[in-house]
Design a binder for this molecule. Structure first.
Ligand code: KG4
Ligand code: ZN
Length: 355
């Protein structure tokens, strides 16, 4: 204890006044820990779980077990990489929900124990708010969105257009009525023989395929809501019909199929986002969540700067898929408001109605 305190005196970042926060994320299949000092990132360690690949999706029981194995080494790595001692940490931010309950229990139980042993407060974070707040992590003094802004939040579990009025004042103005955009990517990928999670594989293949080789009907849903279950079904039937005529249809057309389905998913996402911008008059446009790693979607949103006069905010790749730096930054803003949570809480599995 004494030694680590002495050690910390020599670290320049410790001398600054900003609080040091550890973020812990364990809502799905990534175990992650991150250290932030104020808004500045000191470390962001993520352990992915390969165990799910052969099942074609996340197996909740296996996910909780892997979190249990990974959490201590991941926390330790985040602290070491940040060049701090655990005694320098001012508060613990953790994901309370939504997510898989067994996975969330690992992170929340660890947070409680850590808080008791270090005698420091805890900050609860909503995973979806955190994806959006990732834009405020200071990487190199980059511009951050101004309130109000719109954020297209697209992941494996959610697809939403969120009007962000303030750090913790967010309105969901559009959402999917069935599958999420990430599921549309993953299910389409599975149909053409790609492993889970298929989104990144589609992205990679799309770069060498013809995006206009095939077309698929877009859903007609009212307002700002999305639907992705129909596109998956029409993709499945299209492939099935073509396989009857040519058993090698998938192998011969895999890149074109990937590029075409990616184009259509992006067109669906962009259609409602453009409409949301028009209807609200908001031109500060951000994107967040795992699908915001998609190179086609990133380009389409950047193109909005020239086409529609948007100011676009695209997160660095490491903050698109699940990570604990986004949990720590959300915790930082809660800390500024002194919104701490006691030990007598349980995680929640389902998304909040209002963010
Ligand atoms: O945010 P995230 O890591 O986890 C959830 O909270 O769901 O998102 C995971 C989703 C998966 O569906 C994955 O296929 C998708 O994000 N994804 C991508 C890309 N990278 C990840 N989808 C399309 N293109 C990508 N490059
Ligand atoms: Zn996520």
């Amino acid at each position: 204890m004494f030694l680590s305190k002495l050690y910390s005196v020599f670290l320049p970042q410790i001398q600054a006044m900003e609080p040091i926060i550890i973020g812990i994320e364990s809502s799905c299949d990534d175990t992650s820990a991150s250290i932030l000092q104020g808004r500045k990132i000191l470390s962001n360690v993520i352990a992915n779980q390969d165990v799910h690949t052969k099942y074609g999706g996340v197996v909740p029981e296996l996910a909780s077990r892997a979190h249990q194995q990974n959490i201590i080494p991941v926390i330790q790595a985040a602290i070491t990489e940040a060049g701090i001692s655990k005694n320098d940490i001012s508060a613990i931010a953790f994901t309370r929900g939504p997510g898989l309950l067994g996975s969330l229990l690992v992170g929340t139980s660890f947070a409680k124990a850590f808080s008791l042993s270090l005698d420091i407060p805890m900050l609860e974070v909503d995973h979806l708010q955190a994806h959006i707040l990732a834009h405020f992590i200071d990487m190199n003094g980059q511009d951050v969105p101004e309130f109000p802004f719109l954020c297209l939040t697209v992941s494996g579990g959610h697809s939403q257009i969120v009007k962000v009025n303030d750090y913790f004042d967010m309105e969901i103005i559009g959402k999917t009525i069935d599958d999420a955009a990430g599921e549309a990517f993953d299910k389409s990928a599975k149909i053409i023989g790609l492993t889970y999670p298929g989104g990144p594989h589609i992205d990679r293949l799309a770069k060498i395929g013809n995006a206009h080789a095939f077309d698929f009907p877009k859903p007609k849903i009212r307002g700002l809501d999305y639907s992705f279950s129909g596109i998956k079904t029409s993709f499945l039937y299209f492939i099935r019909d073509n396989l009857r005529k040519n058993p090698n249809f998938i192998e011969e057309n895999q890149a074109d199929l990937a590029a075409s389905i990616q184009r259509v998913i992006i067109e669906i996402l962009m259609g409602k986002l453009k409409r949301a911008s028009r209807e609200t008059g908001i031109r500060q446009i951000a994107v967040a969540g795992g699908v915001s790693a998609n190179s086609g979607l990133r380009q389409a949103i950047m193109d909005g700067e020239k086409q529609y006069g948007w100011k676009a905010f695209i997160p660095p790749l490491q903050f698109t898929t699940d990570n604990a730096a986004m949990i720590a930054i959300a915790g930082y803003y809660k800390l500024l408001k002194k919104e701490f949570i006691g030990l007598d809480f349980a995680p929640y599995a389902r998304a909040l109605h209002k963010l």
